[in-house]
Design a protein around this ligand. Structure first.
Ligand code: SF4
Ligand code: SF4
Length: 524
């Protein structure tokens, strides 16, 4: 069973914080008993009956939202997260990290021409893309854990769409005023002042969007150099193209589409709904305490008559501050990004009328149900799924850390010639050709000794042959080198296929690497 209250829309109302006229009105209004419907099992479908959905339009026009400014704990948390995340995004390309003379000194760099990803002390080669896979797995499990503990924390505080939309809405309030002022200006129609305010808003939005696109391309080249090149129009065209694309997408998504991205484009709300359970904390209207809602005056009258009255005074402040226009009093909602701003708004109202805070709070429907039955609230953060997610995070982190500290500074791979697979020489010996790829991950030139095992009575030659006849391959700093080798087996009747292993040895450091393949002979 779930109690559901009727909703009221209130766009265009005359509101300003907890002390708005509406608030005063709500206190003195006539008692309007809240309608509480109990949802029972739905009746069976009757195919002969008219389906009301058939009469519904297929397209619902967007209802413009004017989120009202709010102060409080969750707003402060959101400010802190906004400054930290945007600061990281915009400033990271300018951080330096000394990797020696032969490597770039940008701390975080995606070096596409050389196919490298630098992250402080880490240098990821294309062959090591599994680190990226590991990071994505870690990110996904962390998201599941966050969801199991407190619902859509990611959506409400950390998602780039939320952060940039929050920033754009703040700029909108600077330029066009808070909710009431903004609505009144729009109702008055076009004036020179409104045009000027709108122009300044869109100019600032475009500036932020441009900085966002500009910061993104700085991750792909040396940031200070690229900034200079961009300013003097000497940067590559692709840099300008990406700045343009990201400026446009940021301006559109954060400025114009806002909650539409969360409601219609993002898959996470649907996935999240399937991953949650009854113990996950969510921003919840405590209807056990709030209903039946009534103005302060009428609630007092009701109580005097021995009738029930809840703490909600139906002031709609929680709806007005909501960036997605949701009335949280209607229960769990796909549009609710769990930002907690309605908690701040309602707390301010409760403080004003001298009632306890947290009529809206991080809570669970299960607790509400418990309280209605006279049972205590239960908060279970440690439970099977949270322990499982935490354990998975620990295991994946451990595997990645182990792989990281055990990664080798050199590697070798072998490709056998395909055509011909082998050659019979005039003296009866059999020869196979291979392409050996040697990777030196150090920022210094190294010499590797190449050898072969698995075939007795064979010789290995580097092509073209070296004058001193030694099988030493020199590889430059942070480079890959390919060498062609010929292996000749002088055995009288070699088996059709024999496993062989190529060995790489750095005599300076004693480090080794090996790669296996096969030696082919007639009869295979
Ligand atoms: S829940 Fe709080 S903020 Fe929302 S209408 Fe009721 S009293 Fe007002
Ligand atoms: S209902 Fe509350 S928590 Fe949900 S999005 Fe709106 S303000 Fe944020």
């Amino acid at each position: 069973m779930q109690a559901v209250q009727t909703r009221r829309t209130h766009e265009g109302a005359d509101c300003e914080g907890a002390s708005c006229k509406l608030f005063e009105l709500a206190k003195s209004a006539e008692v309007k008993p809240a309608e509480v419907r109990i949802i029972a099992d739905p009746p069976p479908l009757d195919p002969s009956s008219d389906d009301p959905a058939e009469d519904m339009p297929l397209y619902q026009a967007r209802r413009k939202i004017y989120p009202q400014r709010v102060h409080g704990t969750y707003r402060r948390i959101k400010w802190a997260v906004l400054f930290v995340t945007l600061g990281i995004y915009y400033l990271t390309p300018f951080l330096r990290w000394d990797r020696g003379p032969n490597a770039p000194d940008q701390a975080v760099l995606i070096d596409l021409p050389h196919r490298r990803f630098y992250f402080f002390f880490l240098e990821i080669w294309p062959q090591e893309v599994y680190y990226l896979t590991g990071l994505l797995i870690l990110a996904a499990i962390t998201l599941f854990l966050m969801n199991a503990i407190a619902g859509r924390i990611w959506c409400g505080y950390l998602c780039p769409q939320t952060v940039w939309t929050d920033l754009f809405q703040t700029i909108e309030r600077w330029c066009e005023g808070d909710r009431r002022e903004h609505i009144l200006r729009e109702q008055r129609g076009w004036t020179a002042e409104r045009v000027a305010r709108l122009a300044s808003k869109h100019f600032l939005w475009l500036m932020v969007a441009w900085w966002t696109g500009g910061a993104w391309v700085l991750y792909f080249a040396d940031a200070p150099t690229l900034v200079g090149d961009l300013a003097t129009l000497r940067a590559p065209f692709v840099a300008y193209l990406w700045i343009g694309i990201l400026t446009l997408t940021t301006y559109t998504f954060a400025g114009h589409m806002r909650e539409q991205v969360c409601l219609y484009m993002c898959p996470w709300p649907r996935i999240q709904a399937a991953l949650t359970d009854e113990h996950a904390l969510n921003v919840t209207y405590r209807y056990d305490r709030g209903e039946p809602r009534a103005s302060v005056k009428k609630a007092a009258a009701l109580l005097k008559q021995g009738l029930p009255a809840g703490d909600c005074i139906d002031c709609l402040q929680c709806v007005h501050v909501c960036p997605t226009g949701v009335d949280i009093r209607g229960g769990a909602n796909l549009g609710c990004i769990q930002c907690g701003l309605c908690i701040d708004a309602c707390d301010a109202v409760m403080a004003k009328i001298g009632r306890p805070a947290r009529l809206i709070a991080y809570d669970t429907d299960l607790n509400i149900h418990n309280r209605e039955l006279g049972k205590p609230s239960v908060y279970r953060i440690v439970r099977t799924r949270t322990v499982l997610y935490a354990a998975l995070i620990a295991v994946v982190s451990l595997v990645m850390f182990t792989a990281l500290i055990m990664r080798e500074a050199q590697s070798i791979s072998v490709i056998h010639d395909r055509n011909p697979v082998y050659v019979r020489l005039s003296d009866g010996a059999v020869r196979n050709g291979y392409l050996i790829r040697i990777i030196n991950k150090r920022n210094e030139r190294r010499q590797f000794q190449l050898s072969l095992s698995g075939l007795s009575g064979s010789i290995i030659d580097v092509v073209p042959p070296r004058e001193d006849g030694r099988l030493i391959v020199e590889v430059g700093p942070d480079q890959t080198r390919e060498v062609r080798v010929l292996v000749t087996d002088y055995a009288l009747a070699p088996p059709p296929t024999s496993p062989v292993t190529f060995h790489l040895y750095d005599s300076q450091t004693g480090e080794r690497a090996a790669a296996s393949d096969h030696f082919r002979a007639p009869g295979g």
